[in-house]
Ligand binder design. Structure first.
Ligand SMILES: O=P(O)(O)O[C@@H]1C[C@H](O)[C@@H](CO)O1
Ligand SMILES: Nc1nc2[nH]cnc2c(=O)[nH]1
Length: 276
């Protein structure tokens, strides 16, 4: 066994010692302001990241740094209440390590969520957006370096990175529940600064509808391991230069808090129907 596989196994064994060996159906990464969903799990077991071998720790306000495992709408789910970002100083390999540990635990379904800035001017803060594709032009790939053939192929396909059936499910459920669900392309920026207005104009020309500092590394790692991914952004603010106002993390958190009911309702109903 190589080193990454050893680390994944050790982390997975520790988590299993805390949650038991019943299968976990869906992994969920909860973005800034969206972590409250984890508090709704039944029979929940919460594990601090600092207790899990080789896990990094969250340093961002609004990211609690806990793995919470429990039942949501009849499915056993594992929520990351707080994620790791490249701008925190972690390598891309550390950013995606939890996703690889989920895979080691037998999880093949992943919901990735985030707070994002709206680039598409038809969006408004508080909208939810189904991620149909992404753009990443900067920073390393998390898969840079030796390939772990037991995890996935060296050159892997990203055509269907965001699963079409799960996307259709989210679309249907949003419609049924009367929740506005925009659809768009999420573009990764390394942060921690928000973008300049010129970068946002460039992002729009390139075809992005929303910008953020996460999610894409996790979607890459999940695709490498052929996990099924559903992505939902919460448009917490209009991206830089669209409105005549500066951006700040407080607004991001406040908007996340404002939409938490709609977000939770949508995720609950998608989870209920999620084929596992
Ligand atoms: O973890 P996410 O992508 O939801 O967090 C976003 C990006 C930054 O961490 C932060 C900026 O306000 O929100
Ligand atoms: N990069 C980036 N990340 C965000 N997260 C929440 N809002 C934003 C934004 O406008 N830009």
């Amino acid at each position: 066994m190589d080193k990454l596989m050893d680390k994944m196994q050790e982390a997975a064994m520790y988590i299993t010692s805390r949650i038991g060996s019943d299968p976990v159906h869906i992994g969920m990464v909860l973005g800034s302001g969206l972590g409250g969903l984890a508090d709704e799990l039944q029979d929940a077991v919460a594990i601090s990241y600092k207790d899990i071998p080789y896990f990094p720790v969250s340093t961002v306000f609004g990211h609690k740094g806990k793995l919470v495992v429990g039942t949501l709408e009849g499915k056993r789910v594992m929520c990351m209440q707080g994620r790791f970002h490249y701008y925190e100083g972690y390598g891309m390999d550390q950013v995606v390590f939890p996703i690889q540990v989920m895979h080691a635990l037998g999880i093949n379904n992943l919901l990735v969520t985030n707070a994002a800035g709206g680039v598409n001017t038809s969006y408004k803060p508080g909208d939810l957006m189904l991620i149909v594709d992404h753009i990443k032009l900067i920073a390393d790939s998390p898969m840079r370096g030796p390939n772990y053939d037991s995890l996935g192929e060296r050159f892997f396909d990203m055509t269907n990175a965001y699963d079409k059936k799960l996307s259709a499910l989210a679309r249907e459920e949003a419609k049924r529940l009367g929740i506005t669900l925009q659809e768009g392309v999420y573009m990764f920026f390394a942060g921690p600064s928000y973008e300049t207005p010129a970068e946002i104009r460039a992002a729009r020309i390139l075809g992005s509808d929303a910008v953020g500092m996460s999610t894409v590394p996790e979607a890459l790692a999940a695709s490498h391991m052929r996990m099924k991914v559903l992505g939902i952004s919460c448009i917490t603010n209009m991206a830089a230069g669209i409105l005549d106002q500066p951006l700040n993390h407080t607004e991001v958190m406040e908007t996340g808090d404002r939409v938490k009911e709609a977000f939770t309702l949508l995720v609950r109903n998608v989870t209920k129907q999620w084929p596992v």
